[in-house]
Write a protein that binds this ligand. Sequence first.
Ligand code: FAD
Length: 391
Amino acid sequence: MPQPLSTDVLILGGGIAGLWLNASLRRQGFATLLVENASLGGGQSVKSQGIIHGGAKYALHGALTGASEAIADMPRRWREALAGNGELDLTGVRLLSDAHYLWSPGTLAGNLTSFFASKAVRGRVDQVKGDALPPALQHPKFKGKVYRLAELVLDVPSLIARLADLAGDGLLAAREVEPLLEEGLLAGLRLDGREVRAQRIVLSAGAGNQALLHALGLQQPAMQRRPLHMVMVKAPSLKPLYAHCLGGGPKPRVTVTSHPAADGQWVWYLGGDLAEADGVARNETEQIAAAEQELRQLLPWIDLSAAQWATLRVDRAEPAQSGLVRPDNAFLSEHGRLLVGWPTKLALAPDFTDRVLAALARDGVAPSSHAPLPALPRPPLAQPAWEELLG
Ligand code: FAD
């Protein structure tokens, strides 16, 4: 039988939520062990668009009232971490863009007027023109208006790699999870047969939380999955673009982010309304045709003749929505020693960590001493989907 281990906080799931929490706890002197059953970042995190939202998008449909400032503060917290003077040292993580843009392809639509009138947005957006436009929009045929949002876009694979470094020796690849009970109470977990005792256990396994809760005999909190059908296009002609293109509705018609492929070309990753309900109902061929039509209509000067296309189906995992859950907050629920949650956004990983730290502080859980960890099987880093699908 493998050697039993003990730690202060045992974390299940190595996406952004678990990895950020793990690095923060270690920085505060806690002993931690993070368990991953597949690849680090390979759930939603490396498949995300990497936008560090400040909440401006929600003002489009009035969901951000200004009452919760958690998301509004995220770009600052991430910026400080990237500069090496924040709560974590994320120097070396690649910043893809220091701004995300809002792009209205036609005349100023009604929803944009109310958007700019909203309190959440005032002072946070500037119109850009000419040379200041994103490179992909600098063309004589481009009409429309573009606004710069003070939001960042990150290269998520480099972020996950940095957080895995900050985890030091505290990563464990394991698949089988069983409760470890002492006097009827949860004392830890049995991971691939290895006993691990901990003061607290945090489930941050994204879509995997539901199965873990069931394995531990719990039904709550309920989880929901929101399916998306994303599109990737790689072509030598593509230049970087990070923008929400607005349509008539409350959601961006298409959200474009650009990611460097290993062969030096740019991959455009397309989400927004294109990837939601109608997009989910389309098969891969239909979804690619819909995306191509959008790009040809919005950016007719871009040469897509040598483009490679692929789609990616992925679910967002979140707490089942109730009136209490807001899009601009992470979610955490507590069951004795067990904490379970979802950041609901990559950008909100620091908010998720705040909530765990607050629960530990309230319960007087402090760093204690443990035997050093032995060499453990280490989970691999996830590869970006475009390398696998557009290779
Ligand atoms: P995940 O990243 O899913 O990580 C969970 C991890 O747990 C995985 O590595 C998984 O393998 C592991 N796991 C599962 N079960 C077990 C188990 N039993 N034992 C051990 N490990 C387990 N948010 C933004 O802020 N900005 C964006 O631009 C953005 N774009 C997005 C685009 C898409 C297409 C999607 C799907 C989401 C996007 N999001 C974005 C949301 C964001 O990606 C997620 O909210 C965030 O990544 C969730 O992180 P997580 O750590 O909770 O989950």
